[in-house]
Write a protein that binds this ligand. Sequence first.
Ligand SMILES: NC(=O)c1ccc[n+]([C@@H]2O[C@H](COP(=O)([O-])OP(=O)(O)OC[C@H]3O[C@@H](n4cnc5c(N)ncnc54)[C@H](O)[C@@H]3O)[C@@H](O)[C@H]2O)c1
Length: 290
Amino acid sequence: MVLPIGRLRPNRPNTVTQVSSAPAISGKVVPMGTYCVTGAASGIGEATKRRLERDGHRVIGVDLRNAEVEADLGTDAGRRHTIDRVLELSGGVLHGLVPAAGITGVPESVVSINFFGVMALVNGFHDALARAGGAGIVFISSNSTILTPGLTRDHAAFYLGHLDDEAACRSYFADKGFLAYPAGKLALSYWARAHSVQPEWIGRGIKVNAVAPGLTDTGMTRPLLAVPEAKASVEAIPVPLGRWATPDEIASVIALLLSNDTCILGQTIIIDGGTDAVIQPTSHPNPLGG
Ligand SMILES: NC(=O)c1ccc[n+]([C@@H]2O[C@H](COP(=O)([O-])OP(=O)(O)OC[C@H]3O[C@@H](n4cnc5c(N)ncnc54)[C@H](O)[C@@H]3O)[C@@H](O)[C@H]2O)c1
């Protein structure tokens, strides 16, 4: 079916043959898209997949297991398999990418999965996203970027200065413990900000943004409560809202950023129940005059 979607997707050509009729949600016809979500078997990725499907879209999930595409995004072979298989399943047209797969733990694995696993897919799907004529990428950053003692912009700069040198990043972060995690998330946020406005991205109709969740109730965080030391440091984080986020609450912001209902571009939306606001009340917006 051919739908005139100029009004619905301003960046799109006047007609798109890929669009099929989809459920009317709140009285509005939403064009169905095809999305790739990694980490789709658990937590934020799983909630995002469910949310997009509920909105009438098709989602190709990627994860180590229990997903349409099963692959290890920490390896070249797993990334290659993911790119090939998703392009095959989507017919080479993607309306969005949510690279949510991630871990905490061994720094070298954090570097490979959380940063290089994401970048490989962003590059591998660039043309498929552009072909949609209006698409989105939402990175999963983290509010650890504003909470981690000792983390500096230089740590993120190391990632961004070595986009083609995964081995150098693995080696640089190997003795830096947890820093590999927030540094990689900061690098994703900076990458989104810098690239979103470039002709290669928004010029090809691809909106790039990030979300930075605070403590969210998932398979990643729940085990922390069983370790007394980790539990104590988690409980020391101020959350004025008074509770952790649910994966669905993160997914709803991701769905908004992927939709045509917003012109948000290049932003990292912190979703942390007020932690950032209470710790750095005047950090944002940052006036040019200082
Ligand atoms: N939960 C939080 O509080 C929180 C806060 C900030 C950011 N995040 C980020 O959100 C994202 C999702 O995490 P979550 O909390 O939903 O955790 P989760 O553990 O529930 O889900 C992560 C998923 O990623 C998959 N995964 C891990 N390694 C993989 C690999 N090598 N290849 C393919 N898939 C792999 C896992 O199998 C799992 O299904 C991560 O990037 C994480 O860093 C989480």
